[in-house]
Design a protein around this ligand. Structure first.
Ligand SMILES: Nc1nc2c(c(=O)[nH]1)N[C@H]1C(S)=C(S)[C@@H](COP(=O)(O)OP(=O)(O)OC[C@H]3O[C@@H](n4cnc5c(=O)[nH]c(N)nc54)[C@H](O)[C@@H]3O)O[C@H]1N2
Ligand SMILES: Nc1nc2c(c(=O)[nH]1)N[C@H]1C(S)=C(S)[C@@H](COP(=O)(O)OP(=O)(O)OC[C@H]3O[C@@H](n4cnc5c(=O)[nH]c(N)nc54)[C@H](O)[C@@H]3O)O[C@H]1N2
Ligand code: SF4
Ligand SMILES: [Mo]
Length: 881
């Protein structure tokens, strides 16, 4: 571990902008506009570790493609004109149709200060509760579950519980890829204490399963039934904590009776697996149940959460070292957004919109002219209201709903038909920004100042290190400016995020007096310089208390002060497979991309791990569908269609499929997965069921397949294409059902090198073509075409860009130069073939040995689960490329 000193004299401490682990980062300007990045050894989330995404942050602060000035109706504008237009349009709508005719759709990636100001403007001043956030797609079921059980939305424990537990149950969480540093903390803890056990519950096997002593391939949606079964077993085996229940819990009898009536066969798990799970849970005294989107993104998400919480309440395994339910937050400030009241059904500081005392306290504190009395529209309903014209103006900040909302094509149509759409983003070319009347350039990570709260309630500073590019402004500043222009000068007269933070901390003190848990009033008089230097700390922060766990003392925030167990009935996913749509489509994340790829897509290193949108299907299903390795397939649902590369694997069950959520129209012709996903929601939380839609899969009958590399961004027009950054340019996969007349002119249009010397080898009889573009003696582009997926070495060709074109048309390295294959270790750029060769030639038998031989896995460690899988595979996998 690095020494706990700053690595370089001018390194600044900040926080990673990706996942909810909330790692501390040391960022040092490199003098040429970029940053060098290291993990902060003193941050309590990561103690110096970073994953592949965090390590690559320096590459993503490029100003390429950034939006540098406001855009109105497609043309450059000044800030005054743009903001005056926003104000005029919003005021017009409000005057004509009332405050509920406008809406804000915001994001768990805004800093708490940005978020607080947006919420204040909408709820206190515009007077509507129509502000909702992408956290509705992410955490809403957990929020609802926590509030039902605890009377408040609180994560009871802290990260050290993961290290102290005897058993960690990971359900609906691919921690190895989505919270990699926490995963590594668990790996290290398990190594130090081999008696520690891990259970992974996920319909498919993932990188996370590698650490599991038991993997349960649960039927999609089965979690509530599984935890109901556990509750029954807990009771049957006498493992309840009778004192804790008597003194601190209500609803036990009803919860148990309902659980008794639930049939655990719906989990699809064998009796032996069910029993093994229950026995291990019951006999391990310190249990942490980690849950994430496999639980939340379900039409029974809130019930799944409460089924889990029931088991922890019944055993008193909550809020004690090594014990508790642990919801992993996704976004860097998903938790902060919950604290500032970003959801349409909440007020700031864990106060409730539907509670008259809470409303009036906030109204008085803000000196607010108007406060809504009931919850606003939740994300899915909000975009439906845009579609049917109830909402006539919407401001979308820091999120890309045309890609990330279910039934995404309907969201697109809704925004196309909306009278007035404003988008604040770092980039002007996102699928959502392209539909905006006004695009406002926002500063991004590395340029802005504020706070975020991670999964364990730790508040950390993000700090500005680089200057804003062009005319970009901070989100809080843009929103406050609109508030002032709307006539509320003093309420939005903020000069700095520190000032906003003080106000927010003061409001939390009032919330504390009203009996709420979120109280950081100890910081309400923090000075600008103290705020500047603020070290990470856990809430609450009051005169009496600093951080710590909740509920171990049996005190809850319900009216009775007791924790509530709920009777939970199993409900299957809403979409039911049929003859037309026989497969259940599960969706989620890959290791090196972040959501809609606006930032990770700019990094060549992060784009090499999985360079193309894909769909995992079982080998037997592939055989039924006539699909072979590397074929393309049409995926159709009742809502839309996509074309994806087929990845045949027994990690996934029969009848199921899995596809990543990341690809957008910037990177693929038809890779947007949310066009397929149904907008069924959980009735309590309003969270969409993003993990269980139904689809049909059919072979895409390509007349030809192609692969190209180019130093320019490719202008792909074919029926299928997917592009990714490479070190010196781009790589692009291609296919179409029609064959172009002339490959050379096709290549010129695609690769855009009109003056290049063209070297080509054409084989019309076999439908093949190999074309290289050479300018000034170096390779600037190459295209390979064949009737079946082209078997050239992607990484080798991408590496030839900008070099002498000697053997480019061979498509493979010469015999004396081995082909590294697809990147596994992003930090040291080590490919799968290199690793497989080293395992075979050097008889490597451990991940550590691979590290010694090749460096792979020795920096961020994100690829260690894949290295383990490569070691474990008795038949080394065929390289993905
Ligand atoms: N690399 C990377 N990391 C990220 C992100 C990213 O975009 N990229 N995004 C961040 C965000 S915002 C979030 S919310 C988190 C999400 O983090 P996770 O929730 O860990 O990630 P997902 O891949 O969405 O889904 C987790 C798993 O749920 C499984 N699953 C599906 N249905 C069920 C079910 O019915 N029951 C159970 N038990 N499991 C099921 C899926 O197969 C999947 O493996 O990741 C955060 N971290
Ligand atoms: N099918 C399916 N769909 C899903 C999910 C799934 O598992 N499956 N997961 C859901 C979940 S959990 C989540 S969290 C969402 C995420 O979905 P989104 O929030 O739509 O995804 P991002 O790509 O993170 O979008 C953030 C946007 O904000 C911009 N941005 C970045 N920083 C800033 C900033 O400081 N200010 C401003 N104004 N803009 C900024 C980025 O360029 C980007 O356009 O997706 C959801 N959708
Ligand atoms: S685990 Fe990775 S993505 Fe998450 S906060 Fe840490 S460095 Fe960032
Ligand atoms: Mo999320």
């Amino acid at each position: 571990m690095p020494a706990p000193t700053l690595a370089q004299p001018c390194a600044r401490r900040t926080t990673c902008p990706y996942c909810g682990v909330g790692c501390g980062v040391l960022a040092t300007p490199d003098g040429i506009g970029g940053l060098t990045i290291k993990g902060d050894p003193d941050h309590p989330a990561n103690f110096g570790r970073l994953c592949s995404k965090g390590s690559a942050l320096g590459e993503t602060v490029t100003t390429e493609d950034r939006l540098l000035y406001p855009v109105v109706a497609g043309a450059r504008s000044g800030w005054d004109d743009a903001l005056d237009l926003v104000v005029r349009k919003f005021q017009d709508m409000i005057a004509k149709h009332g405050p509920d005719s406008v809406a804000f759709y915001v994001s768990g990636q805004m800093l708490s200060e940005d978020y607080y100001v947006a919420n204040k403007l909408m709820k206190g001043f515009i007077g509507s509760a129509n502000i909702d956030t992408n956290s509705r797609l992410c955490m809403a079921s957990t929020v609802a579950g926590h509030k039902r059980a605890f009377g408040t939305d609180t994560v009871p424990g802290q990260y050290t519980d993961l290290e102290q537990a005897d058993l960690i149950v990971l359900t609906g969480s691919n921690l190895a890829w989505c919270h990699p540093v926490l995963y590594q903390r668990i790996v290290a803890a398990k190594k130090a204490r081999p008696q520690m056990k891990v259970i992974n519950i996920d319909p498919r096997r993932t990188a996370t399963s590698d650490i599991a002593d038991l993997h349960l391939s649960i039927r999609p949606g089965g979690d509530a039934a599984l935890f109901n079964r556990l509750l029954v077993e807990i009771y049957a085996q006498g493992a309840i904590d009778a004192d804790f229940i008597r003194d601190h819990v209500e609803g036990f009898d009803a919860a148990l009776a309902t659980a008794h009536r639930c049939d655990s066969a719906v989990t699809g798990l064998s009796e032996a697996d069910l029993q093994a799970f229950c026995d291990l849970w019951i006999t391990s005294h310190k249990v942490v149940t980690v849950f994430s989107q496999g639980v939340n993104q379900s039409s029974s998400g809130s019930d799944k959460v409460n089924a889990i919480l029931n088991c922890h309440l019944a055993t008193g395994r909550i809020g004690k070292p090594g014990c508790g339910p642990f919801s992993m937050t996704g976004q860097p400030n998903a938790m902060g957004g919950r604290e500032v009241g970003g959801l349409a059904n909440m007020l700031a500081c864990h106060l409730d919109i539907e509670n008259a005392d809470h409303r009036s306290a906030v109204k008085t504190f803000w000196n607010a002219p108007a406060m809504p009395v009931e919850a606003g529209l939740k994300a899915v309903d909000m975009f439906r209201a845009v579609a049917d014209g109830r909402i006539k103006a919407i401001w979308i900040i820091c999120t890309n709903p045309v890609v990330s909302m279910p039934e995404a094509d309907a969201v697109r149509t809704a925004l196309e038909g909306c009278d007035f759409v404003v988008v604040s983003d770092m980039y002007g070319n996102t699928d959502t920004a392209k539909l905006a009347d006004v695009i406002l350039p926002a500063t991004g990570w590395g340029e802005k100042d504020g706070t975020v709260t991670n999964s364990e309630r730790c508040i950390s500073r993000q700090r500005a290190i680089l200057p804003p590019p062009g005319e970009a402004r901070h989100d809080w500043d843009i929103i406050a400016d609109v508030g002032r222009r709307m006539g509320w000068a003093s309420a939005f007269d903020y000069q700095s995020p520190a000032e906003i933070f003080r106000e927010y901390a003061a409001l939390s003190g009032i919330a504390g007096q009203l009996g709420r848990d979120f109280d950081i009033s100890a910081m309400q008089e923090i000075s600008d310089s103290e705020y500047g230097d603020l070290a990470p700390l856990h809430w609450p922060q009051t005169a009496h208390r600093a951080g710590g766990r909740f509920f171990g003392d049996g005190r809850f925030f319900t009216p009775s002060g007791r924790g509530r167990m709920l009777p939970i009935q199993f409900r299957p996913p809403q979409s039911v497979p049929s003859a037309d749509y026989p497969y259940v489509l599960n969706t989620g994340r890959v290791r090196d991309h972040w959501h809609t790829m606006t930032r990770t897509g700019t990094s060549a290193r992060l784009s090499q791990h999985l360079a193309e949108p894909f769909i995992e299907i079982h080998p037997d299903d592939a055989a039924d569908l006539g699909l072979a390795v590397a074929d393309l397939a049409w995926i159709r649902s009742p809502h839309g269609h996509a074309i994806l590369r087929v990845l045949i694997t027994d990690r996934i069950g029969r009848g199921q499929a899995f596809a990543p959520m990341h690809w957008t129209s910037q990177y693929a012709s038809r890779g947007q997965i949310d066009t397929l996903v149904s907008a069924h929601v959980d009735p309590v939380s309003g969270q969409p069921e993003s993990k269980a839609s139904v689809v049909r899969i059919e072979k895409y009958h390509a007349a030809w397949f192609g692969f190209a590399v180019t130093v320019n961004r490719p202008d792909a027009q074919s029926g299928y294409w997917a592009s990714a950054r490479a070190a010196k340019g781009w790589r692009v996969e291609l296919a179409d059902t029609e064959t172009p007349d002339n490959w050379e002119s096709y290549a010129t249009a695609l690769l855009g090198h009109p003056d290049a010397q063209v070297i080509s080898v054409l084989d019309p009889a076999r439908g093949g073509a190999r074309i290289a573009m050479v300018e000034n003696g170096v390779l600037t582009g190459a295209l390979f075409v064949a009737r079946s997926p082209v078997p050239v070495s992607r990484s080798h060709l991408a590496g030839l860009l900008g070099n002498a074109p000697a053997d480019a048309l061979a498509g493979r390295p010469a015999n004396d130069q081995p082909d590294p294959g697809a990147t596994i270790c992003a930090c040291f750029d080590v490919g799968v073939n290199t690793i497989l060769r080293a395992i075979a030639d050097q008889h490597l038998i451990s991940v550590e040995a691979i590290g010694e031989a090749l460096n792979a896995g020795t920096n961020c460690g994100s690829c260690r689960p894949e290295l383990a899988a490569l070691l474990a595979s008795s038949q080394p996998q065929q390289a993905a490329e």
